[in-house]
Every structure is written in C-alpha cells, then in structure tokens.
Design a protein around this ligand. Structure first.
Ligand SMILES: *[C@@H]1O[C@H](CO)[C@@H](O)[C@H](O)[C@H]1NC(C)=O
Ligand SMILES: *[C@@H]1O[C@H](CO)[C@@H](O)[C@H](O)[C@H]1NC(C)=O
Ligand SMILES: *[C@@H]1O[C@H](CO)[C@@H](O)[C@H](O)[C@H]1NC(C)=O
Ligand SMILES: *[C@@H]1O[C@H](CO)[C@@H](O)[C@H](O)[C@H]1NC(C)=O
Ligand SMILES: [Zn+2]
Length: 469
C-alpha cells in the first residue's frame, strides 16, 4: 500500500514525470527509492531471523558442524581427511537439495609434519611442546642439538647477528595483534638462517596460552638456507627469555620429521540457489573447508563454512529464490595462502562484472556485531540500510574494510566484499592449535551469525540492482 502511494506521488514530481516507474533500473534510483526497496524486506528478514534463531533451524549449523568435525577431524591440505571432508560436503549439499552441487579441481600443497620432538637439555631437562610450521624442512634424522639465542625482535636478531651463528634462534616477540605479529611466524626461519642459525623456534602468535603451541604457514626465500622451524608455547618462550637474561646457557635438542610431497589434487566445493531473474549474476558466500592438522578446525574455519551453507539452507527452507544466483563456495588450500581461491579467481574473473558481492566468514563465528564492508560510499549506505533490518538481534554495525584471504582477489579488482565481524576476544586463544575444537563453538552464537549472513546475502541477491562499484 505504502509503495503504490509512493509511485503515484513520484509521478507528480518533475524529475519523474512521464518516466515509467520501472523496477528494472531504467533510470537511476534515488537513495530514497533504495531505502524503500530495502524496507520492503522487513518481513523476510524477520522470517529468516525467526527460523535461524528461534525456529526449526535453531542450532542446525552448530549440529551439522559438530557431526562433521567429530567425524572427519582436522583437514590439512593434501591429507586424506581433507579429501574425506570434500566428499562429505559434496554429498551433504546434494542431500540438502541445493542446486549445481559440484567440485572444481585445484592442486594444493602437501606438507606433513611427521614426528616431532623438542627437549631442553641445559640448564635442566624440560620437554618443550612444539608444532612444526607448515612447509618447514626436517632436521637430520639424529636431530639437532644446539645452544639457544633468545631475541625479542628482528632488530635484536640483527644487532646480535654475530652471536646467532650455529645456534637455535628462539623468538620471544610480544603479541601485538595477529596482523602485526604473524610476520615472526612467516619470516622467522628466513631471518634466522640469514645470520647462520641452524633452526628457529617461534613464540606462538597467540593472545593467551595454556602451554599450547599454535602452528601456521611459513615461507622460505630462494637463496637462503632452509632451516627447520617450529612454534613453541608462550610459556616456554618466556622462560627461555628469563633464563637467557640471567646469563644462563640454554641447550635444546630438536627433532622434526616434516616432509613436503608433490602438490596434491583437491577441490573447491560449490553449491547454488540459482537466481530467478538474473541467474548469471552472483552473490558469493564462503568459508574454507581446509584447516590445520591439529584440533578439529571447528573454529577456523568450520564455523564460517557451515554458516555459509546454512544461508542457502535457510533460504531454501523459506521457499525463497532470489533474483540473482546465491553461490556457496567452500575453499580449499586457504591455510597455504588462499590456493583454492586464487585459482577460482583466475578461472572465473572473466565474469567479474557479474559478481555482485563476495562474502567470507573466516574470523570466527562467535557473538556477531556486524559486517566489515569494502565498497564505495553508495554501496556502503545500501549495506547499512540492510543491516538495519538486523535490529531485532542487534547486529547492525558496518565496519570498514572487509578482509578474507579468499575474497581479497576480487575486492582488489573492485568487487564489493563483506566479512563477518564477531567477538574476537578469544579467537587467538585457539587459532591453529589443538584447542580449535567444537568445544569453543556456541550454538546460540552460530544461530546469530547464520541469520546475519543469510539476511545480507539474500537481500543483496534479490534487490533490483547490483551494488554500485
Ligand atoms: C540450542 O542450543 C541451546 C544451547 O545449548 C539449547 O539451550 C537449546 O535447547 C538448543 N535448541 C535446540 C532446538 O536443540
Ligand atoms: C636429561 O635428558 C637426557 C636425554 O634424554 C638424559 O640422557 C639425561 O640423563 C637427563 N638428565 C637428567 C639430569 O635427568
Ligand atoms: C561466465 O558466465 C556465463 C553466463 O552465466 C557462464 O555460462 C560461464 O560458464 C561463466 N564462465 C565461468 C568461467 O564461470
Ligand atoms: C547492541 O550491540 C552493541 C554493539 O555491538 C552493544 O554495544 C550493545 O550493548 C548491544 N545492545 C543490546 C541491547 O544488546
Ligand atoms: Zn581460516
């Protein structure tokens, strides 16, 4: 009713006189038109929230993830577990009645940690918990026994370069933020090798620790010797730092059986709800299916993958079909640097003008507060209007700059992007560690995340026009 009145009224205004009120975007819509269009989704948003948070689908993404994570376990690139996970999802998405369920082949790195062991021998025997870093080489079969030099930064390492030759470099860098501190994990071995060290042990990039090492990918550089590298717990890094500050000599024995195999066949897993009016235009929702080889990969990124699946399930359950295609992609090889996503981008970028928005949830599915968005000012205003429909669950914030290893390729080329924002206060307690299990996931929080993800992806897929870029 309100809408019909608006059309009538607008025909009286000079700028609209004589122009048919077309819903096909024949003339540029004013922001007021768009605001009204979005307000028209109030009932659908409410229905999605009711179903996901209070209704029949309550806890579904959590329950599905629990079965998956308990059955398959962790899913490192190149592993049999990841193959099993992809088969599992292919069949689950088909059983769920989604469309165009298929796998897109990708070659991914295949690294295995093998057996690993570290022991402090001086000043006293003490077993050191380690996790080798992805792509690390092994030690010789008999292991390495060497004196330790502890540094708090790359600067300190460079100042004390003379002392590092033949030693094991222990980095005890403080945790500032993941983005800032992670370079010690990715570059620690290269920097240590440049000054002649025989191995490097890196304080885990974690904001809290109960003697848990946290793994992750690291990079060698051509022309620099490849030395074995592992992460250690915050506790052991701090203890060795205290010991060395007192002038105590520290000797560590390190044995690692890590191995890199030829790249392995893997797949991005895809499912869709095909658009009713513009099926060639795509709203992409995603998370990554691969994980580290410890814990269950429930948080990173089981949660993101399963709320993305849930978005399609909820829309299907409500009997909705958006105008554009809603495409779920479960990436492979994310932890090795977005390998699956990069190939996907290369193969599909010819259709970049048809990608409306790329969305990824890969920073937890804890209590959500909103979305981080990348796009121009007009697109941001549209997303803010959409987020206002999430007021019933108070998840209305729109932050700057979406981030996701797997969607950055598209955003760099101007496609609007969104990533889920949630309470990250405990995320780096568990990240890439044995602690990343179903125990850290919460069904109520996942329900809220699924509701946000679904409302946003559905409305953007169904609006008359693609987001401006
Ligand atoms: C969903 O999970 C919450 C928290 O564990 C629980 O209280 C509730 O009963 C569950 N709902 C359903 C339908 O299982
Ligand atoms: C320390 O460990 C080494 C190697 O396992 C062992 O040979 C040695 O006896 C131990 N020393 C003490 C004091 O326990
Ligand atoms: C590009 O879009 C067209 C039209 O939807 C489709 O037929 C084609 O398969 C797409 N190409 C790729 C590489 O996805
Ligand atoms: C709503 O969310 C905001 C920001 O996330 C928070 O500060 C506020 O306390 C929340 N309000 C309610 C009623 O939950
Ligand atoms: Zn991740």
């Amino acid at each position: 009713m309100k809408y019909l009145f608006l059309i009538f009224f607008m025909n009286l205004l000079p700028q609209y006189a004589g122009k048919p009120f077309s819903r096909d975007g024949n003339y540029p819509k004013t922001f007021e038109d768009i605001r009204n269009e979005i307000a028209g989704y109030y009932d659908i948003a409410k229905a999605i929230i009711d179903l996901a948070v209070y209704g029949k689908a309550q806890n579904r993404s959590y329950e599905r993830l629990a079965v998956f994570a308990d059955t398959i376990g962790p899913r490192l690139s190149g592993s049999k577990n990841l193959d099993a996970a992809i088969k599992y999802m292919y069949s689950a998405l088909q059983k769920d009645g989604l469309e165009n369920v298929h796998l897109e082949p990708v070659k991914v790195p295949h690294w295995e940690r093998g057996e690993e062991f570290a022991m402090m021998l001086e000043p006293r025997n003490h077993s050191i918990a380690i996790l080798g870093l992805g792509s690390s080489v092994a030690t010789p079969p008999e292991g390495i026994t060497a004196e330790v030099i502890v540094v708090a930064s790359f600067d300190e390492l460079h100042r004390r370069a003379q002392e590092a030759k033949g030693k094991i470099v222990v980095y005890n860098q403080p945790f500032i933020s993941y983005g800032e501190t992670v370079r010690y994990r990715s570059l620690g071995a290269v920097e240590a090798a440049k000054v002649g060290a025989v191995a490097s042990l890196i304080r885990s990039v974690a904001s809290f620790s109960i003697n848990s090492p946290h793994t992750g990918w690291q990079n060698y550089q051509s022309g620099i010797p490849q030395i074995p590298t592992a992460c250690i717990s915050v506790e052991d890094a701090e203890m060795m730092s205290r010991m060395s500050f007192r002038g105590t000599k520290i000797v560590v024995y390190l044995k690692m059986g890590a191995r890199t195999y030829p790249d392995s066949a893997s797949f991005n897993t895809v499912a869709e709800i095909v658009g009713s009016k513009y099926p060639e235009q795509i709203v992409l929702v995603s998370g990554h299916l691969d994980s580290w080889d410890v814990g269950q990969g429930a948080m990173d990124d089981g949660g993101g993958a399963f709320i993305s699946w849930e978005a399609l399930s909820l829309i299907k359950d409500l009997g909705l079909r958006p105008k554009r295609t809603l495409r779920l992609v479960l990436w492979t090889g994310e932890e090795q640097g977005g390998i699956g996503a990069e190939q996907y981008y290369q193969l599909h970028k010819e259709n970049i003008s048809n990608f409306d928005i790329v969305m990824e949830s890969d920073e937890g599915t804890f209590k959500p507060s909103g979305l981080a968005f990348t796009g121009n000012a007009k697109a941001r205003d549209i997303v803010k209007e959409i987020m206002a429909l999430l007021l019933p669950i108070n998840v209305t914030e729109v932050y700057d700059a979406a981030d996701g290893t797997d969607i950055n390729f598209w955003m760099r080329d101007g496609v609007p992007g969104a990533s889920l924002r949630d309470d990250l206060s405990k995320y780096f307690w568990f990240h890439h560690s044995q602690g990343d299990t179903m125990t850290v996931q919460d069904p109520n929080q996942m329900n809220l995340c699924a509701a946000v993800w679904t409302v946003v992806s559905y409305i953007i897929a169904d609006m008359e026009e693609m987001l401006p870029r």
